[in-house]
Ligand binder design. Structure first.
Ligand code: GTP
Length: 315
């Protein structure tokens, strides 16, 4: 089988105190058992890192303190990732998010067009504190909404701290989580202890043909598709292509080499709204498309076609 030499990226999500750092430690161990070299990117809201001591000294670690990767410290994130890529040798990147992070925002932030072609996004693992879930009525509506989003976008869910619940409560919690995300496996854990085998259960997206045949999307999971443009393209044709995309494309961003411009143009797209910003230097012409249930081959094929088309042609 052909081995990809891209760095695999896992995002560890979950509310504050749910067990993400505990999971991180297991993930580091599992990756080493697989013969891989993991690196860790740890994000904390506070100015001082508390959890970084939990990571073995021989594991490359980058920290982002005092803000959330997804909103306030995007610039720092890019320089930390750049630093890791230049100074360390690793083949898996484990990203521990703050409990306040929205998973889509984190995928968006990590898959920066500056180096997205070096990464292969593998999925979001969300840790849910079983006890907190059963007492969630005490949470504010905003926090509850975030908790649901973290569950909804996961490729694998850990229902953690199960020793704190009865069998009956666990069955209830499990079916409630499945109600929010019917495609992800739910694994019951204590101290986020998962086996290597559990990692293989991160839900896989079925082939596009399967979607149309069954007329039902069975496995929804966040994907990040990366395309590198080798040739300049026409902006009008690019915009026509955007209009053909399904609503499940949530984000796009990249540096697009438009035929009318000397340098690639920064392109941002969020829930249907495109935005362009001219750049005054040559940046890597990577486009990242983030969404669910996407047909990767069709998207790459369309983008390749754009590179072959001239203004006025129809793709
Ligand atoms: N009883 C019990 N406690 C647990 C379990 N898993 C984690 N904990 C405890 O819960 C606390 C939080 O665990 P962490 O792994 O640090 O959780 P986190 O999500 O990284 O926390 P933040 O970084 O604060 O968001 C620690 O005191 C853990 O020892 C569990 O399965 N059962």
């Amino acid at each position: 089988m052909k081995q990809s030499n891209k760095i695999e990226v896992y995002i560890l999500s979950g509310f504050l105190g749910s067990g993400k750092t505990s999971l991180l430690k297991h993930m580091v161990k599992i990756q080493k058992e697989f013969g891989k070299t993991p690196a860790v990117l740890m994000n904390e809201l506070g100015q001082v890192s508390i959890d970084s001591n939990e990571v073995d000294k021989d594991t490359p670690l980058a920290e982002l303190l005092d803000g959330c990767i997804c909103c306030t410290i995007q610039d720092k994130l890019e320089s930390q990732l750049q630093g890791l890529l230049i100074n360390e040798k690793f083949d898996v990147l484990l990203v521990e998010t703050t409990g306040a992070a929205h998973p889509i925002e984190v995928v968006d932030a990590i898959m920066s067009p500056l180096f997205a072609d070096r990464f292969e996004f593998k999925g979001i693992i969300t840790v849910v504190d079983a006890h907190q879930w059963m007492t969630r009525k005490e949470l504010s509506p905003q926090v509850l909404q975030l908790l649901r989003e973290q569950i909804r976008y996961a490729g694998l869910i850990l229902l953690n701290k199960v020793n704190l619940l009865s069998e009956m409560q666990l069955a209830t919690a499990s079916s409630e989580l499945q109600g929010i995300n019917s495609t992800s496996q739910i694994i019951m854990t204590n101290h986020s202890s998962i086996s290597a085998n559990a990692l293989t259960q991160i839900s896989k997206v079925e082939k596009a043909e399967d979607y149309s045949r069954l007329n039902v999307i069975k496995h929804l999971r966040i994907q990040a598709i990366v395309h590198t443009f080798n040739k300049a393209i026409d902006q009008g044709l690019f915009e026509d292509w955007i209009r053909t995309l399904p609503e499940t494309v949530y984000r796009m961003k990249g540096y697009i080499p438009f035929s009318h411009s000397n340098y690639p143009v920064l392109f941002q797209y969020s829930f249907g709204m495109p935005f362009y910003l001219p750049e005054d230097m040559k940046l890597p012409t990577n486009l990242v498309v983030i969404g669910e249930g996407l047909d990767k081959n069709a998207i790459i094929k369309d983008l390749r076609k754009l590179e072959e088309c001239k203004k006025g042609e129809i793709i």
